[in-house]
Design a protein around this ligand. Structure first.
Ligand code: SF4
Length: 354
């Protein structure tokens, strides 16, 4: 059934304006060179939570290294993480590789165009599925993210809270009705492009907007009050003491666990600080955890790193190894070897303190 809000909406006029504006104004982006589903897939995964300008060089390098599903499926996971280094949200890279391996094993290396099969692949949620189906395969499927919800909240004057899952489902149903059956790719990309270039979160450029004649929020002058979005919870803060631990001329690094945040990446050893912890207590903690005896020296600096739901306060200290056991989590590397390991951004920044 038609969503109530579309009853008196001139959808064909809106489609036409949006699509012709998109075709004349779309940015020349590396993933728009062709509609190869693998390229579309990689670009959409990289673009989750990440700005276009940041993604561009990563996408080009990634495509050079892993130009096909087969190349990515066969690659070593550490090489994939290294190519993703600095882009954040590393589970995206791991899930992408898992899914690509499934495409090779189950679908003869061809990205499935069946929406149920595609949606079952790891890391492909409703947005990515809709983007791949519409852009690569020309299917009229919705691809709704925060950008699209912002644009359509304004155009259709919808004041539902876009942070709620059921509201996202409503927008998906609305886009399913609105989408052009002739050119679903340009329709979906047009909405995304409009959100990125014109209908921006703050100070949207309504006077230059190709669909302003169809926009209910603009006609009422309330575009800046939409969309409605409840505030996210305050992120949790955790303090760590990070050790630039030296053993002769080499430095000690550690691989993170294979589960959870920043899984399988490498880092300088981190000691969680509970309340006030002095150097002697930290040294004892380290000995109990790893069986290594160390001496903590002077402070090298401080860093803060913000994740979506978490903030790390990092206090960085120099330290020396006094006794090393054979704990396999820790690895001793020289200044050339260290560059071969994938590190999260916060720890890359610490390299300057070495
Ligand atoms: Fe967004 Fe303004 Fe265009 Fe409406 S008129 S879609 S609020 S930029």
């Amino acid at each position: 059934m038609k969503d109530e809000t579309l009853r008196y909406f001139d959808n064909s006029g809106f489609q036409e304006k949006l699509i012709s504006w998109y075709q004349a104004n779309k940015r020349d982006l590396p993933w728009r060179q062709n509609q190869d589903p693998y390229r579309v897939w990689v670009s959409e995964i990289m673009l989750q939570q990440t700005k276009v300008d940041t993604v561009k060089p990563y996408f080009e390098r990634f495509m050079e290294k892993f130009p096909t599903v087969h190349a990515l499926a066969e690659a070593d996971e550490q090489a994939v993480l290294k190519a993703w280094e600095g882009l954040g949200y590393y589970s995206r890279a791991r899930n992408l590789q898992t899914a690509v391996r499934e495409v090779v094993a189950e679908y003869d290396g061809k990205v499935p165009k069946n929406k149920n099969e595609l949606g079952k692949l790891k890391g492909i949620g409703p947005y990515t599925k809709g983007a791949i189906l519409s852009i690569a395969f020309g299917q009229p499927e919705p691809a709704v993210d925060g950008n699209v919800m912002r644009v359509l909240s304004r155009v259709l004057r919808i004041s539902d809270n876009i942070a709620e899952a059921k509201v996202k489902k409503r927008f998906e149903a609305i886009v399913s009705e609105m989408i052009s059956k002739d050119d679903p790719s340009s329709f979906n990309q047009g909405l995304m492009e409009l959100g990125a270039l014109v209908c921006t979160p703050k100070a949207p450029l309504c006077l230059f907007c190709p669909v302003n004649a169809y926009c209910r929020a603009f006609s009422e002058g309330i575009q800046e009050q939409l969309p409605v979005k409840s505030k996210a919870k305050k992120p949790k803060r955790v303090t760590y003491l990070v050790l630039l631990l030296k053993k002769g001329k080499e430095v000690i690094i550690e691989q993170r666990s294979e589960q959870g945040l920043l899984a399988n990446l490498w880092q300088f050893p981190m000691i969680p600080m509970k309340g006030e912890m002095d150097a002697a207590q930290a040294e004892k903690w380290f000995e109990a955890e790893y069986g290594w005896s160390i001496q903590i020296g002077k402070e090298a600096g401080e860093l803060k790193h913000v994740f979506t739901h978490l903030v790390w306060d990092l206090k960085i200290f120099e330290a020396d190894v006094l006794y090393a056991s054979d704990d396999t989590r820790l690895k001793s590397v020289n200044e050339i070897e260290i560059s071969e390991y994938p590190f999260p951004v916060s720890h890359q920044k610490m390299m300057k303190f070495l």
